[in-house]
Design a protein around this ligand. Structure first.
Ligand SMILES: NC(=O)c1ccc[n+]([C@@H]2O[C@H](COP(=O)([O-])OP(=O)(O)OC[C@H]3O[C@@H](n4cnc5c(N)ncnc54)[C@H](O)[C@@H]3O)[C@@H](O)[C@H]2O)c1
Length: 275
């Protein structure tokens, strides 16, 4: 973890969606952006207000909080209108929002409740479209801005317990590419970071999370990437150093996505099955 900043984001202003508590990936991202000289508004759903915690981050990073449900266009419009007056436009947006209603309520993939499924897709994926659209329509998104959204390899490969969230992440990554192709002329870029399993409130809401975490940790040559290293990687994507990178799904996973199997896992399976 970088201890002192390098002013990589000096002069840049943005909005960070999805910091809930100290274990949130967005919490670490906010701390890293602050360390690198960036300024920002923090946002989360109004229901998160009563869970407390965000005030502490706002104080620490000298930032304002604007509560907005990311599925509510009017609330997002108001948010970006206000950000435009206070910060004068944004150079970056971090989307770190996710919620799987069927997953949370233990409803299996073949028995999905479609109202919950719609809500899952809206919160976890379509919200990226809503956010970018409102940022554009209010004139708050500066040319040359960088947008980053957090995703998981469950979009490409099946992890049974990830269920509907795999669909949501596939849609999220597609929205990043579709918008990225349209905003290139303004120098605006959009990428997704595909992060290792990370112990957070959203992560631990998935049944079998500990097994997914341990499996990935064993298989990844570098082990699982934690929230702090994800925050450092996010900083690089928000900085001008990556100005020609757009429409990419970038794995930040200790090498997991390139692995198949290891001798250690073969041995562990042999032992488990008594072969
Ligand atoms: N934890 C993991 O293992 C992991 C791995 C890969 C990707 N991710 C992704 O990282 C992102 C951040 O998740 P996290 O693990 O830090 O968990 P988290 O629970 O700390 O963050 C999820 C956030 O989404 C917010 N949110 C939910 N509904 C919302 C709404 N309607 N409007 C606005 N905000 C809303 C929550 O309040 C919370 O702050 C998510 O997109 C998640 O899918 C997590």
């Amino acid at each position: 973890m970088a201890n002192s900043g390098h002013d990589l984001l000096k002069g840049k202003k943005g909005v960070i969606f999805g910091a809930l508590n100290e274990s949130s990936i967005a919490w670490s991202i906010a701390e890293a952006i602050h360390r690198e000289g960036g300024r920002f508004v923090l946002s989360n759903a109004p229901v998160a207000q009563r869970l407390g915690g965000l005030d502490k981050l706002a104080e620490k990073t000298d930032s304002e909080i604007i509560w907005a449900d990311a599925t509510d266009d009017d609330a997002l419009k108001e948010l970006f209108g206000s950000v435009k007056s206070s910060l004068g436009g944004v150079d970056f947006i971090v989307h770190s929002i996710g919620m799987g209603l069927n997953v949370r309520k233990n409803r299996g993939y073949q028995e999905l409740n479609y109202d919950w499924y719609h809500k899952t897709l809206d919160i976890s994926a379509i919200s990226l479209h809503r956010i970018v659209r409102q940022a554009l329509e209010t004139g708050a998104l500066n040319d040359g801005a960088s947008v980053v959204a957090l995703t998981y390899i469950g979009a490409q490969r099946i992890f049974s317990k990830y269920s509907e969230m795999g669909d949501a992440k596939a849609l999220l990554e597609s929205i990043a590419r579709s918008f990225g192709s349209r905003l290139g002329k303004q120098g605006i870029r959009i990428n997704t970071i595909s992060q290792s399993p990370t112990r957070t409130t959203a992560g631990s809401g998935i049944a079998g999370f500990d097994s997914m975490f341990d499996f990935a940790d064993h298989l990844s040559p570098l082990g699982n990437a934690d929230a702090e290293s994800c925050a450092d990687y996010t900083v690089s994507l928000l900085s001008d150093l990556t100005r020609m990178v757009t429409m990419q799904n970038l794995y930040h996973d200790g090498g997991f996505s390139s692995m198949g199997f290891t001798d250690d896992l073969v041995d562990a399976l042999k032992n488990a099955f008594g072969a």
